[in-house]
Design a binder for this molecule. Structure first.
Ligand code: ZN
Length: 226
């Protein structure tokens, strides 16, 4: 079956041992997909959202940023057509500058590859990444987290139940556990719903939202203004 799910990797697993170099930050007011992490942008949340939609239309690679209080930090590495590695430890490091803020956001782009992929929903790896970062921000900065996947067609916002957050953070690589079961259910449901040629985009979106709700994932979708 044709792969329709964009994926996100977790570089934090590799980087937990410590980051020893300070990235050379490029200051800018227009978000860009750039190789590597550490680029910082001073852009309002609304303006950044608009820019991400434009990026999703034209980019051929995924990338990810964390946002708080008017600043966007590039936390993506190894940007590829259908995946990006998100550096969670760096995300926490950047957001530490905004300690005291109640909420942070993680946003990434799903490039438009074909018309049917223009609404590509969050993948199970996206949900996993959200669960990891949500726990890290709660524990170290007392910040809540919302996560978004921006496509050329609209924005997916997603969050998880406390039970699922626990499952994700208790899951050990290579081990059979509750998260692994749920992960395969997310993947199966997503493929089933989005490969159904007889349903419209609106129906697919509605089916996906309700299927994810049953799995402990709250998803909403907002079509971008033209
Ligand atoms: Zn994604």
């Amino acid at each position: 079956m044709k792969k329709i799910i964009p994926i996100i990797g977790i570089c934090s697993m590799l980087y937990f041992s410590g980051i020893n170099s300070t990235p050379a930050w490029a200051k800018s007011d227009y978000l860009e997909v750039k190789n590597g992490k550490g680029h910082v942008y001073t852009v309002s949340e609304n303006e950044g959202n608009k820019q991400l939609r434009e990026i999703a239309k034209t980019t051929d690679k995924e990338d990810g940023w964390v946002y708080a209080a008017g600043k966007w930090y590039d936390v993506g590495e190894s940007e590829k057509e259908d995946s990006v590695t998100i550096c969670l430890k760096d995300a926490v490091k950047y957001l530490k500058k905004h300690k005291g803020e109640k909420e942070a956001k993680f946003a990434h782009v799903h490039p438009k590859k074909t018309a049917e992929e223009s609404i590509a929903p969050p993948s199970s790896y996206d949900i996993f990444t959200h669960g990891k970062l949500k726990r890290m921000l709660k524990n170290s900065l007392k910040m809540s987290l919302i996560s978004e996947a921006h496509t050329s067609h609209g924005v997916w916002t997603y969050d998880i139940t406390d039970a699922l957050e626990k499952d994700i953070n208790n899951a050990k690589p290579g081990e059979f556990n509750s998260w692994r079961i749920l992960e395969s259910m997310i993947n199966q449901e997503t493929i089933l719903i989005f490969s159904n040629k007889s349903s419209s985009n609106e129906e697919k979106i509605e089916h996906y939202i309700s299927a994810m709700k049953n799995l402990g994932i709250t998803v909403s979708y907002k079509t971008s203004e033209k």
